[in-house]
Design a protein around this ligand. Structure first.
Ligand code: CP
Length: 306
């Protein structure tokens, strides 16, 4: 594996190797061991054309804990504002000797194009409404850490599926790892046949209350108003009433079930504060696990998983 562009790039053995490696990296990410020399002399470029808190910071932390040199590039304040193209920016990074480029971009498919232009590895850190594969890996890691397995789990992915790169990558990876995914949300936000098109066996439901009692994991998605025409979204109050996870609704889950959210959250819309801050919530663990998982991905791609 040279690039990580999609959840579909990972077969079960490769995904499991990444999760196992991440578990070893957790001792470093948890600061028991401060730094590993694995990527000394290698250069990782973080190329962010779209805002990010968690992904950008955790890729930077991951690369630094592996002793790589890190260059942070944000489109704001760069020559992108003067009209420089992605290709010319990529060639500039190539000339600076990037061994890996981590890219977030508002256009679906931008990382795939970049992979044609640079010699190093390309890691998709979220492209438009398309994919976010390292988020799916850290979500899988979190499920395995909390529930002991992924195969056989029933995972409800709830909300704005239409605009969610997190949902797409999770459906692909969870199917590969043997979980059963049900996409839940209003019909306007669940494209017809999206589940089956991504992975056979993926189900769709428009009734959250009916799905919760048999779910091991409920993954709430951010409502992405910035990507949405008004027609998709009649009112925040109505959305929260039908598809928001509040305390009474959370009580419908089995005792062992966990609640996930990739962040950033709209507290009070798709998830109530009492749920986000409850012991069932893995939201903060997901962020911590993101560093270990991104260390594992950088280590395996740059250190030689070919
Ligand atoms: N989950 C996630 O991708 O968060 P950021 O947009 O803050 O990176």
């Amino acid at each position: 594996l040279k690039h990580l562009l999609s959840g579909a790039d990972l077969d079960a053995a490769t995904a499991t190797l990444i999760l196992d490696t991440a578990a070893e990296m957790a001792t470093v990410a948890g600061r028991e061991v401060k730094k590993l020399p694995a990527l000394r002399g290698r250069t990782v470029v973080n190329l962010f054309y779209e805002d990010s808190t968690r992904t950008r910071i955790s890729f930077e932390a991951a690369a630094k804990r592996l002793s790589a040199d890190v260059i942070n590039f944000s489109a704001k304040g760069s020559s992108v504002s003067k009209g420089e193209s992605l290709k010319d920016t990529a060639l500039t990074l190539q000339a600076m000797g990037a061994d890996a480029v981590v890219i977030r971009h508002p256009a679906s498919g931008a990382p795939h194009r970049l992979a044609n232009w640079v010699e190093g590895s390309v890691l998709n850190a979220g492209d438009g409404t398309h994919e976010h594969p390292t988020q799916a890996l850290l979500d899988a890691y979190t499920m395995r850490a909390r529930l002991g397995r992924i195969a056989g789990l029933s995972v409800a992915v709830v909300g704005d599926v239409l605009h969610s790169r997190v949902a797409r990558s999770n459906v692909l990876l969870l199917a590969t790892l043997g979980a059963k995914v049900t996409l839940v949300g209003p019909p306007t936000l669940i494209p017809v046949d999206i589940g089956a098109a991504l992975a056979p066996g993926t189900e769709v439901s428009y009734d959250l209350d009916a799905v919760l009692p048999t779910s091991d994991v409920v993954m709430m998605l951010r409502v992405q108003r910035e990507r949405m025409a008004d027609s998709y979204f009649p009112s925040a109050r109505e959305y929260a009433r039908r598809y928001g996870l509040d305390g009474p609704r959370m009580a419908r889950l089995p005792d062992h079930a966990i609640v996930m959210h990739p962040g950033p959250m709209n507290r009070g819309m798709e998830i109530a504060p009492e749920v986000a801050d409850s012991p069932r919530s893995t939201i903060v663990e997901q962020v911590a696990n993101g560093v270990s998982v991104r260390m594992a991905v950088l280590y395996l791609l740059l250190g030689g998983m070919h």
